[in-house]
Write a protein of this length. Structure first.
Length: 106
């Protein structure tokens, strides 16, 4: 069974900026890209071959882990580390979502 996802909540007093999040990726040697979705958009259950590092920049998104029934909601600044092979689905929140993500190979 794959490792479990880890969420690191945003605890700073100010909301995240794209530049601040890009610097965090840079510090880890990762090269993120941005994506966005409209409110209520759904991603069917799927897996990834590599470790995903995702930050929610604006809006929200809820991931569902079908194998455990767990739901994880990411809000601005929250980080998700998703190990390879973890089955997950996602539903975009009521205000849409903008995320930055990168993959750690190997």
């Amino acid at each position: 069974m794959p490792d479990q996802p880890r969420v690191t909540p945003w605890i700073e007093s100010e909301p995240p900026t794209e530049l601040a999040l890009l610097r965090r990726y840079e510090a880890e040697g990762l090269h993120p890209y941005a994506w966005s979705n409209d409110p209520g958009d759904v991603y069917a259950a799927h897996t990834h071959a590599d470790h995903k590092v995702l930050y929610c920049l604006r809006g929200s998104i809820t991931l569902t882990l079908p194998d455990t029934g767990q739901q994880i909601t990411l809000n601005p600044g929250d980080r998700l580390d998703l190990p390879p092979g973890v089955l997950h689905a996602a539903t975009v929140g009521p205000r849409g979502v903008v995320c930055l993500e990168a993959y750690r190979r190997g």
